[in-house]
Design a protein around this ligand. Structure first.
Ligand code: ATP
Length: 967
């Protein structure tokens, strides 16, 4: 931005030219002689003979403080000086520049004999090229809005560039008054040629600047009001210093690292002129030819992007190959039921040592239906969880045999389809979609899609769900299908794969008696077809339902009260004097016994002889419980072809014990206990579908959920636009004064706060998905990765990225922030990165903390603290020492600092306080008021990107490692 600085160096203004000084610089008029042993010579003059200053070309006066005119060919003493505020009116022929040092023509240099020629009568020429061989002089106008704003005036710079000694002497002028001069040394000089564009750079570590003695405007010379006195700043300046002339020396940049805060872009030097008198033989060029190279940052970014794309391509092609291989692998759907035996299964809670299951044994031979009955709290669910290989919190003991073999629980999980007591279903999907979702992920990849659809239709029909197949499932807030229908959908999701064993926890709860009958009938048919063994817990079956079960296990207070064929249960208890009253549902009677501990004790203590005396059934029957020798009444024959005989054992103290003893004997081999299941080899979970199919199916569901959950989507968009208008209206068209500065910074911070707190909605959105994920993962639908990718895409893009862009775009122009395309897009990028980082933070909390209340409290508190240390509410330099580290954890700090540097640093504040006008760069206020690093835009961006990467990694780790079903 131009401040209207007029080029003053080469213009001719009224000059007060004084007489030439003596050879030592002493004025010829009668004045007390200057003693340089007492006062230093200025402008790099050297203290010489008689303690008189020897000035450099271009300077004169006793202390070398005056600008001198006349070419460098003249004796210094012969060069007239001008008083401060004036400039040279004329220069010698062939020379120009502020102090007439810059040669213009070869003829002007031809008479220069200050150095002996290297060859014969060689004449010096004027080298005006950017490459300097000996000693060049340069003068430029300085375009510095920041400095002009505080100290209005026109600025110029004169430079003495010594390529031999690698030093620079520089002077800054304001309205023809020298302000300060610098001695710069140990320079590294380089001239490069980039496709014909010659540029020079001087990089110098040593720098010493000195204010001119007469108080100048920059060094405290403005009496009232003394806005800023830069004297101490200038005298304390240190290197490194850099002079770069990228465009053939007409436009250069002068940069002092220590002044980066005040002058982030350095001093822009325009209309530069340079020249040196030099022998042609001295002009041995050492220009380094450069090839056009891209900036390192861009190369690194492109490299990272390229690596990412390559990585994705490799992953995708591997995934695609797997998909092709899987889709060509021949498949068969399971056609054979498996048997499951359990021996002495116990379960003790870790926290209080409470024994929930007390050594229960039994078996479900292939193709039978085993009902687990008992009063509420008896331990039915706990038992079937263990049988299904679910992870339990407490200590599990006992043995489980799949098809007569001891296997790892992961293998049991693969063989078992499990229908939980609670229905965890996707509320926004229809019945058809939910069952199809399960089918698409759990049926073999190679199964043609029309077969998958047929299977879905078959299962839906089997469970009597055809009438509601196109209805959404719904939840507490959005009413969908009935509770009983939900129960049947849960069963359908598992039945779809036709598992060798199907375990159901209360499949009939919530069903009317007709539906319950129908469901149990279908399950019995399934078992009868010998494709699936069914184990189910059931509360109070109707007697007709009760007699559909092949076997019954009655549990009372965690112990087995009865295990055996269903039809003999009544006889068994009758022998123990517990006779079911006429017209009484035997199932209800069994529960009555199990509830009443006196009756339980009676059943257990009654011995066989007494039972016979009491007129019970005759003995002589034998129950074979091991190895699946149980009749299936629908099948008519047991699994190994023998007809089963029903008996009671001689040891009637505990039916369960006899069963156990018999089983242990029949097994004939020792088996590892459940708690020691590590002795069995863990089977890697093998998914029937490929990663790409999983991703496609999950993403489709996420998309459906998003579209059908329109209120959430519309709310986010509408809230973003409304808030954008609100913020824009509140801070409408902010002026460039002090109040405007506060509003500008305030609006930026407020936007961050809005985005940060609206990210907390990610908690709620994830809570429902989380439960569904845990259940589906546990039931072997898919691994965590496709779920994570889908969650991130469908949460971050529509709910975090688009709303941030909407809000930012609306408010940006209403507030009147910098109308510059780059600044605008950087602003949006910061908002998006910040919003994604805060949303990811909330997702991490949502994944890590189970209780929603705790999660939202934790997120709100952390968000508040991050806001407090975000750089707006408390000055970063004023934070108590012990707490300063907190600010570095604050995403608000990085977001706000990046926004402020992007926006406010380029503004210029014009205001007045009590009539005293001032014009200050926003950068200065940002630095002084907020303690911000003005060069730190990309540093802040990197931190924001780092936060995103960190939270995504943490989310992935927590979802993969922690979100596992535990019952
Ligand atoms: N992790 C646990 N923490 C505390 N108590 C537990 C835990 N797991 C099981 N229990 C207790 O063990 C007992 C048996 O629970 P379980 O859910 O197996 O009963 P149930 O027979 O299925 O009951 P219902 O028919 O009501 O579902 C209950 O008293 C229950 O409170």
């Amino acid at each position: 931005q131009s401040t209207g600085v007029k080029p003053t160096v080469t213009t001719t203004v009224t000059a007060t030219v004084t007489a030439p000084t003596t050879p030592t610089g002493t004025p010829s008029t009668c004045q007390p002689a200057f003693d340089c042993s007492k006062k230093p010579c200025l402008n790099s003059g050297v203290c010489g003979q008689n303690n008189q200053c020897k000035c450099l070309p271009g300077f004169g006066g006793p202390d070398c403080s005056l600008m001198s005119c006349g070419s460098p060919l003249r004796e210094i003493s012969q060069r007239p000086t001008v008083q401060p505020g004036s400039s040279c009116t004329t220069c010698d022929d062939g020379f120009s520049g502020a102090n007439c040092n810059v040669c213009e023509t070869d003829a002007a240099c031809a008479t220069d004999t200050s150095r002996a020629p290297l060859f014969g009568d060689e004449k010096m020429v004027c080298n005006k090229k950017p490459e300097i061989f000996y000693n060049a002089f340069m003068t430029c106008d300085v375009n510095t809005p920041q400095l002009s704003a505080i100290f209005p005036g026109s600025y110029a710079l004169s430079l003495d560039l010594d390529a031999k000694n690698k030093t620079i002497k520089a002077q800054l002028w304001m309205d023809n008054n020298e302000q300060f001069f610098c001695d710069i040394g140990s320079c590294n000089v380089a001239t490069t040629d980039l496709e014909g564009k010659i540029s020079t750079s001087w990089d110098c570590p040593d720098l010493k600047c000195t204010c001119i003695t007469t108080p100048t405007k920059l060094c405290g010379g403005i009496p009232t009001p003394a806005i800023i006195n830069l004297q101490s700043t200038i005298s304390q300046l240190t290197g490194p210093f850099a002079l770069n002339c990228p465009h053939n020396s007409t436009t250069c940049t002068f940069r002092i690292a220590a002044l980066n805060g005040l002058l982030p872009d350095g001093l822009e030097m325009v209309n530069c002129k340079s020249g040196e008198c030099v022998y042609p033989s001295e002009m041995t060029s050492s220009i380094t030819a450069l090839k056009k190279t891209m900036p390192v940052g861009i190369i690194v970014c492109l490299g990272i992007l390229g690596a990412l794309v390559l990585f994705l391509v490799v992953i995708c092609s591997i995934a695609k190959r797997n998909q092709i291989v899987l889709s060509r692998t021949p498949y068969t759907l399971n056609n054979e039921a498996a048997s499951l035996e359990f021996r002495n299964v116990g379960y003790t809670l870790n926290k209080d040592g409470l024994e929930i299951l007390k050594g229960i044994s039994g078996s479900a031979p292939a193709g039978v239906v085993l009902a687990v009955m008992g009063p509420s709290g008896a331990g039915k669910s706990t038992l079937v969880d263990i049988l299904a290989g679910k992870r339990k919190d407490g200590k599990v003991s006992g043995h489980i045999l799949l098809n007569g073999k001891q296997v790892h629980e992961s293998e049991i999980r693969r063989a078992v389809g499990f229908v939980d007591q609670e229905d965890t279903l996707p509320a926004t999907q229809t019945v058809w979609e939910a069952v199809l979702f399960s089918a698409m992920l759990r049926l073999p990849e190679a199964m043609p899609i029309h077969r998958v659809h047929e299977r879905v239709a078959e299962v839906i029909e089997m469970l009597g769900l055809t009438h509601c197949k196109d209805r959404q499932i719904g939840n507490v807030t959005a009413r969908g299908i009935s509770g009983g229908e939900k129960r049947r959908v849960s069963i359908a999701l598992e039945l779809i794969t036709r598992p060798p064993i199907l375990i159901l926890d209360e499949p009939t709860s919530g069903l009317d008696s007709y539906s319950a009958h129908m469901v149990v009938q279908q399950l019995c048919k399934l078992a009868a077809s010998k494709t699936t063994t069914v184990i189910m817990t059931i509360h109070q079956p109707r007697s007709d339902i009760f007699y559909m079960f092949d076997q019954t296990l009655v549990v009372s207070k965690g112990a087995c009260l009865y295990f055996g064929p269903t039809d003999t249960a009544a006889d068994y208890f009758q022998r123990r004097g517990l006779i079911c009253p006429p017209n009484y549902n035997i199932a209800d009677y069994l529960l009555d016994i199990a509830m009443d501990q006196e009756l339980v004790a009676k059943a257990k203590s009654y011995d066989d002889a007494e039972a016979e005396k009491a007129g019970g059934l005759t003995s002589g029957h034998q129950t074979h419980l091991g190895g699946g020798n149980v009749v299936s009444r629908r099948g008519g024959a047991n699994t190994n072809g023998n007809t089963s005989e029903i008996t009671r054992t001689s040891d009637d103290r505990s039916y369960e014990t006899s069963v156990r003893m018999e089983e242990m004997g029949s097994s004939g081999s020792s088996t590892a206990s459940l708690s020691d299941s590590t002795t069995q080899k863990k089977q890697k979970t093998v998914y029937p579908t490929s990663f790409l199919t999983q991703l496609r199916v999950i993403m489709l569901r996420s998309f459906q959920t998003l579209i059908r959950n329109r209120s959430l989507l519309v709310l986010h968009f509408a809230v973003a636009i409304v808030l954008g208008i609100f913020v824009g209206g509140l801070y409408f068209d902010v002026p460039m004064d002090l109040a405007g500065f506060q509003n500008r910074a305030g609006s930026l911070f407020f936007m961050l706060a809005l985005l940060g707190f609206s990210s907390i909605s990610a908690l709620g959105a994830f809570t429902d998905t989380r439960t569904l994920f845990v259940k589906e993962r546990s039931n072997g639908y898919y691994p965590p990765m496709p779920f994570i990718i889908s969650t991130l895409l469908f949460d971050l893009i529509p709910l975090r990225i688009i709303p941030a862009i909407l809000m930012g775009s609306v408010s940006y122009f209403m507030i009147g922030l910098t109308a510059d395309v780059e600044t605008f897009f950087k602003f949006l990028l910061i908002l998006v990165l910040f919003n994604v980082a805060t949303a990811m933070f909330c997702l991490v909390i949502a994944a890590g903390v189970r209780t929603t209340g705790v999660a939202s409290l934790a997120s709100s508190i952390v968000m508040l603290f991050m806001m407090l240390f975000g750089g707006f509410l408390i000055n970063s330099k004023q934070i108590p020492k012990a707490l300063t580290w907190i600010q570095y954890l604050s995403m608000f700090k990085y977001g706000f600092e990046a926004l402020a540097v992007n926006e406010v640093a380029k503004t210029q504040l014009i205001d007045n306080i009590q009539g005293v006008a001032f014009n200050v760069p926003g950068s200065l206020i940002l630095q002084k008021l907020f303690g911000f690093d003005l060069t730190g835009f990309w540093k802040n961006m990197i931190f924001l990107i780092g936060y995103n990467v960190l939270f995504i990694a943490a989310f992935w780790a927590i979802v993969s490692l922690r979100l596992k079903e535990r019952k």
